[in-house]
Structure formats: C-alpha cells, structure tokens
Ligand binder design. Structure first.
Ligand SMILES: *Cc1c(COP(=O)(O)O)cnc(C)c1O
Length: 481
C-alpha cells in the first residue's frame, strides 16, 4: 500500500486491490457466543466457524489469494513424478533465494520435522532468537534443547525498539564458543511469531549468521513470516532503505544454509518446503520427504497450491502487496492504544497483540490470563483470537507449569481478508471489554493433553464470570448483537 496522505489529516491504510469474491459471515448474539465458547472448552481452537464473526485465530492458510494465483491453479500439472509444477516452484525459489535445491513438504511443521530428524540428537542444543510451538515440539521430541537468545527488549511488551526479534549476539557468541560441538544448527525465525510478529534487522541476521559460521554451525531460517520481516527491514532499517525487496531477500538467503517456510503464510497458499544451497545438505534430508510427505515433486501438497505458491512468492517481492498486513495491524494497534487498551508495541506483523497481563492484571498467570482474555474477547465480539501465553507452553518435565515470558492474545489479520470497518468493529468491542475488564476471571484445565495442549485442551472458568460478562454486554447493547 502506498503512503497516501488524506486531506482530512486522518491516516488510513489504503488498499491497492479490490474484492472480487466474498464469503458470507454470521454474527450470532452474545448469549450464543457465551454458549459456544463453553461448548469449546474455553479453547478458541475448538470453536466452530458458524459461531465466529471475525476469525483472527491465525494467518495460516487463510490469506486472500490474487487473481493471478487462482489463474495459475488452473495450469497445475498433476502427476506423481516429474511434475512441471514442481519445476516452476523450484525455479521461483531459485530466483528469489538463490537456492539450487528444494524439498517440498505439506506445511511448515513438516519441514521442521525433516530438519529436526536429520540434525537433532539427544543432547543437541538449538539456539534461536525465539521458539515457535511446533518447532520446539519437534526438537524436544528428539531429546534436543532449545536455547532462546532474543534481545531483552523482545519480551518487553511495550517498547519502541524497531527490531525486537533480534538475537542477543553476545549470548549467541558465548553459547557457540562453549557448546558448538553440541549445536548442529542455529535457527533464525524472521519474524518471531510468539512475541508479536516482531522482526529482526538485516544487520542482526547477517551478524548472527557470521558468528554461527565462524564456529562451523549451520544457519537455518524459518522464513514463514519473512514477508512481514522484509517490510520492516525496508521501512525501519537505514542501511536497507535503498535496497529492493529482492536484494534484501538475497542478502538474507546468502547467509543461510537452509531456508524453510510455511507456504500457508509465505506465498499466500497452503504447503511448505525447504530451500537449500548445497547438494550435500539436500541429499542428507531428501529421503525423509517420500517417507513422510509424498514423492519429491509434490511432498504432500496439492499441485494447485504449489502453482499458487509460486505466484504468491513472486507477489511477496512487491511492497504494495506485503505492506497491507503490517499497515492494517498498525492501524488496529494505534486505535486500541488511543483507547488505553494495552497492546504490544511497536506493532509487528501477523496480527495485533493484546497484553493480557496488563489487560486483566487481577488474573494470575496460573489461571491463564491470555486464555481467559481470548474467551472474553470472543464473548464480547465474536472475534476469535489465539492464546499465546502459558497455555501455549509445555509443562516442565517434573509436571510444574512453565509460565510464559509474556501472556498475549493474538488477533491475526489474515492478509487482504478483512475490511477496515471490520477492524473498527473489533477495536470497538475490545475497548468495551477493556472498560469491563474487572469482570473477566481466570480459567483452569479440565482436560490437559501432555503435548501441544493449546490445540486440544479443555478448560472451564474459575467462577461464573462469563455469565456476568454477558449480562454487562446486554445492559450496554440491549438492541445489538
Ligand atoms: C506457522 C508457522 C510455522 C508452522 O507452519 P505450518 O504451515 O502451520 O505447519 C512454523 N514457524 C513459524 C514461524 C510459523 O509462523
């Protein structure tokens, strides 16, 4: 989106696309919303779409596609082996990343599985700026250990640091110096999902990669959220100001041995894969693809999605395309801040993040403030967000709770999906909830799976607070949904 100045002085993100296909939405009454979240065990993952007005759970696989992507899906080459769709996708990745080899996988976590199975052993240490849920699960499943090295500013919810996803390079250097023999690779997540879609700077990526290589450690980038990170590098980093998006991408990929991504985010389609510079590393991982994903030329993906991804990757190199997400998120974040609602600053990629510990400080961390806020925001507006706090962590081996560094409610803005009036509605209902925040109470588990509990776990409120919230809503909105 271009920087268009409004005569009114108002700053509104202006779309450089038009809507050509629409999907009907329902907005059910607050009483039904309260029932629905109860039925879902107070876990927004278990809600049904018919009860949801704005699905802000994730940006994964739900971004709007372009006309060019849809057109490309029609020319997909459906064959088990040797598909020319695979060649087109690989060529696009070579053009963008400069990587020669590509291993397809059905989505981001499948790529993580392949990388982890190839390189992680019991006792391995994997340094990273910040973990992602599925990444950590794959590494710890194999007996590896995740070491998080994000700068201190990264876990401060209120900040004006433009690159909160950066590595603390001193800690990285120290860890590598002392333990490089136990470190098969370093992982760079650009941008960092769990701490608010916060980016790394180009300089930090380059320096971190140089340190790793000095100790003979491979560099692996999780590029799932790279498009937002590219936007922030381009707009926030002085030294990148005169570089094109393609040049920035090449600078980054030139420092990486392996780049993997979720095509559900990067590329606006559904799938994933691993791009690799060297034949040796490619061969090391290759046999796992037919074993777990599908033959080497589709890796469990639909060829239609692969065609769409190739076009989507191309469109990722266009500032008008990749700026839409970050600018909508900034608009939503700014509007919430004007109303005093505690949010993660500066606005990052992926979505707008509410800071549950400041939103409902009376709910203690053992009663999952981010999970409780997710349930409350759903009752208040039919908005489905995702808990990114203690529920998203795994318990320690001794069974004790691992309290998250931050308790966030992520309200994702799938790219090009919502209109500004919908964002305004979300802001309105969240600010209503903020004014009624004293009503919101905590949650406790009634069914707790031992792994990835945030997906399937069921909880209940510690009191009748959801009912109180519905009553307050009805007092203020007697004639509105
Ligand atoms: C979504 C995501 C993944 C996992 O990708 P899926 O396609 O959902 O399996 C991995 N890393 C990051 C940073 C992500 O945002």
């Amino acid at each position: 989106m271009p920087e268009i100045r409004f005569y009114s002085g108002e700053n509104i993100p202006l779309e450089l696309h038009k809507v050509r296909i629409v999907q009907k939405l329902d907005l059910v009454p607050v009483e039904r919303r309260a029932e629905a979240i109860e039925e879902a065990g107070y876990n927004t993952f278990l809600l049904k779409n018919k009860d949801i007005y704005l699905d802000m759970l994730t940006d994964s696989g739900v971004n709007a596609m372009s006309d060019r992507q849809l057109a490309a899906m029609m020319v997909a080459d459906d064959s088990y082996a040797g598909s020319s769709t695979y060649t087109r996708l690989t060529d696009k990745l070579t053009e963008i990343f400069g990587t020669e080899y590509f291993l397809p996988a059905h989505q981001g976590r499948a790529a993580e599985n392949i990388i982890a199975m190839t390189f992680v052993q019991k006792g391995s240490i994997i340094p990273m700026n910040y973990h992602f849920t599925t990444t950590k699960a794959h590494i710890t499943r194999l007996g590896g250990y995740v070491e998080e090295l994000v700068v201190d500013e990264g876990v401060k919810v209120e900040s004006d640091c433009p690159f909160k996803g950066n590595f603390d390079l001193e800690r990285l250097e120290k860890l590598l110096k002392e333990n490089h023999d136990r470190i098969p690779f370093m992982r760079i997540e650009a941008g960092t999902n769990l701490i608010g879609g916060q980016p790394l700077s180009l300089e930090n990526i380059e320096m971190a990669a140089d340190i790793a290589h000095r100790y003979g450690v491979l560099t692996v980038m999780d590029a799932s959220l790279l498009q937002d990170n590219l936007y922030f590098i381009k707009t926030r980093e002085e030294k990148a100001k005169d570089l094109s998006l393609r040049e920035i991408t090449r600078r980054i990929s030139g420092k990486m041995d392996i780049i993997y991504f979720s095509g559900r985010k990067l590329g606006f389609a559904r799938g994933g894969g691993i791009s690799i510079h060297s034949k040796e590393l490619y061969l090391k991982m290759r046999e796992l693809v037919p074993m777990f994903e599908g033959f080497l030329t589709y890796g469990g993906m639909s060829v239609r999605e692969m065609e769409a991804m190739a076009v989507g990757l191309d469109e990722t190199m266009d500032m008008d395309v990749i700026s839409q997400g970050p600018l909508f998120i900034k608009y939503m974040t700014d509007e919430l801040m004007k109303r005093g609602v505690p949010v993660v600053t500066p606005a990052g990629g992926l979505g707008c993040h509410l800071d549950a510990m400041r939103f409902i400080p009376h709910v203690k961390q053992e009663e999952y403030p981010a999970g409780a806020l997710a349930a409350a925001v759903f009752i208040a507006g039919g908005l489905r967000g995702m808990e990114r706090g203690t529920i998203s962590e795994q318990r320690e081996e001794d069974g004790s709770e691992h309290l998250a560094a931050v308790e966030l409610l992520r309200l994702a803005l799938p790219r090009r999906v919502f209109t500004l009036s919908q964002v305004k509605y979300a802001v309105d209902r969240i600010s209503w909830l903020y004014d009624n925040r004293s009503l919101v109470g905590g949650l406790r588990f009634v069914e707790e799976p031992s792994s990835l509990r945030f997906f399937f776990g069921r909880l209940e409120p510690v009191s009748d607070w959801p009912q109180k919230l519905v009553e307050a809503f009805r007092r203020d909105f007697s004639d509105s949904l």
